[in-house]
Write a protein that binds this ligand. Structure first.
Ligand SMILES: Cc1ncc(COP(=O)(O)O)c(C=O)c1O
Length: 399
């Protein structure tokens, strides 16, 4: 005990106050419990269960065989940046020059660079919650202040103009949009995004739009806010290959933004990362040139699972909005009378099903759990049976 206190004191002397103030990721903490246990069905991991398509792996291997093992330009291979511009033009009908693109080691790096490039100390960034766990720490590490905006189940977890306007202060610098959303699966259609643009323009906010799940929408095509009137000059798009092309381990993503912002991000990137790995950049070129068919196959399979799993959750009595994108379901567990952490911990010990407590994604995630359906349909069906048994037992215990 005393030893622990001394170690804590020592620790607090060496580590910066900002880093000390950042809590460990609720997802990681939970999954340390699950690691290496074969008896558990994991609905927890936020990554595709597919292996990177063979033709992409082959392109990576071939590039190594040819001896492409050097640095690239800081900004990334020109061919890749050109293909990204072609792709966004084809997909969203918006024109960017390759100078507006920065290749990064995943959306993770792009998100960190975006915050560091735009924030002055103490400036606020609005974060819709529940949200992906990295934004708030990245904002704090960049000297900014994250300000959560709680989205609601009744709005299908979309950000409304009222929620946005309520939190804007003279210190507000930027707003994060992250749709399709992790953990809720919510999407924002064009009409919903349009409702936000008046406040964004009026307060001259920068939009950081994380579109890493943009290719994974099921009924409605993704719209990027950058396509709306006046938004191109305000928006930093973050995107990558991790989810759409099952390339998480290759660590490859990109940012698209006005050149002034890209240059600032590149300045940080050149001193901290230098460049994204050339092997992954070669894989990304192949993904953009020939990856559509495989991507559509994976998406079709996610969609099949989504329908079965969400229907199953609602049948069990766990109210779940239909996710319009990504590969997460975010059911309410309030009917059981348990809190998110209690529910997730008991489900794990009693039924060997791992899901992430909703409050890991912010306060408004309380009363929910995040279930990833990036796992086989067979496993999802077994998980549903086990969740049903658990819910029945919890309800019996209450009556
Ligand atoms: C919304 C969101 N953004 C970014 C990331 C990280 O992406 P990358 O692998 O490209 O760093 C994730 C990963 O789960 C995510 O869910």
């Amino acid at each position: 005990m005393l030893g622990e206190q001394i170690t804590d004191k020592k620790k607090s002397g060496k580590i910066s106050k900002v880093v000390q103030s950042i809590p460990p990721s609720g997802i990681r903490e939970f999954f340390d419990l699950v690691m290496g246990r074969d008896d558990i069905i994991s609905l927890g991991v936020g990554e595709p269960d597919f292996t990177t398509p063979w033709h992409i792996r082959e392109a990576c291997i071939y590039s190594l065989e040819k001896g492409y093992t050097t640095y690239t330009s800081n900004q990334g291979l020109a061919e890749l940046r050109e293909l990204i511009c072609e792709e966004i033009h084809q997909d969203q009908r918006i024109t960017y020059s390759p100078d507006s693109v920065l290749i990064t080691t995943g959306v993770s790096e792009a998100s960190d660079l975006a915050m560091r490039a735009i924030l002055n100390p103490g400036e606020e960034v609005l974060v819709p919650e529940p949200s992906y766990v990295s934004y708030k720490p990245c904002i704090s590490l960049a000297g900014g202040t994250p300000v959560p905006m709680e989205t609601e189940r009744e709005d299908e977890f979309r950000l409304t103009p009222e929620q946005l306007e309520k939190q804007i202060t003279p210190k507000t610098r930027a707003v994060i949009l992250s749709y399709p959303n992790n953990p809720t699966g919510a999407i924002m259609e064009k009409k919903h995004l349009e409702e936000l643009t008046d406040a964004i323009n009026e307060h001259n906010l920068i939009v950081i739009s994380d579109e890493v799940y943009g290719k994974l929408t099921y009924n409605k095509k993704h719209t990027s806010i950058t396509t709306l009137n006046g938004m191109k000059e305000q928006t930093i798009i973050l995107n990558g290959f991790s989810k759409s092309h099952a390339m998480t381990g290759l660590r490859i993503g990109y940012a698209i933004a006005p050149e002034e912002i890209i240059d600032a991000m590149n300045k940080i990137h050149q001193y901290t990362m230098l460049c994204a790995p050339i092997t992954a950049q070669m894989g990304a070129i192949e993904a953009l040139q020939n990856g559509n068919a495989e991507m559509e196959k994976m998406k079709k399979e996610y969609n099949r699972r989504r329908r079965v799993f969400v229907r199953g959750l609602n049948r069990i009595g766990l109210d779940c909005a239909t996710p319009g994108g990504a590969f997460y379901a975010f059911p309410s567990i309030t009917a059981t009378g348990l809190g998110s952490e209690e529910f997730a911990a008991q489900l794990l010990t009693e039924q060997q099903v791992a899901a992430v407590p909703g409050n890991a994604f912010g306060k408004s995630g309380e009363g929910h759990i995040r279930c990833s359906y990036a796992t086989s349909l067979e496993e999802l069906k077994i998980a549903l049976e086990r969740i049903e048994q658990f819910v029945e037992k919890s309800l019996l215990g209450r009556n």
